[in-house]
Ligand binder design. Structure first.
Ligand SMILES: CC(C)(COP(=O)(O)OP(=O)(O)OC[C@H]1O[C@@H](n2cnc3c(N)ncnc32)[C@H](O)[C@@H]1OP(=O)(O)O)[C@@H](O)C(=O)NCCC(=O)NCCS
Length: 92
């Protein structure tokens, strides 16, 4: 799930069924969202992720997302900060 407002795309959620992980589907989903955003003229793709979510962090870093900061106590149950990340779509 993703949204696009005023040149910025936001990745709202990405989920691959547990049995289908580590086969490249997550990578393909993010790449499809990036292409979708570019087609709409977006220059950035932004997202938030839990720092404890190692598989997602590795996926985003491998695809070139940069760490832009943190949002304290963003998540609940359990409470956790959010890592803010973005991908520059203008240079692709
Ligand atoms: C995060 C998530 C979407 C990743 O999806 P995925 O389909 O497993 O992602 P990929 O397969 O593209 O990449 C995962 C790993 O598999 C590896 N991989 C990809 N294709 C592969 C293949 N054919 N053979 C072996 N390994 C492969 C990737 O290199 C990557 O390795 P790394 O973690 O060491 O970098 C998935 O773990 C998920 O749904 N998690 C739960 C929901 C969630 O946390 N979403 C993110 C919230 S912000």
């Amino acid at each position: 799930m993703a949204s696009h407002v005023a040149g910025i795309c936001e990745l709202e959620a990405v989920v691959v069924r547990a049995a289908a992980r580590s086969q490249g589907f997550g990578t393909q989903l993010i790449q499809a969202v990036a292409a979708w955003g570019q087609a709409l003229g977006a220059t950035r793709l932004e997202l938030e992720v839990r720092p404890s979510n190692t598989p997602a962090l590795r996926l985003y870093q491998r695809l070139g997302f940069t760490h832009d900061g943190t949002r304290p106590a963003y998540y609940h149950n359990p409470e956790e900060d959010a890592v803010l990340m973005s991908l520059d779509l203008s240079a692709r």
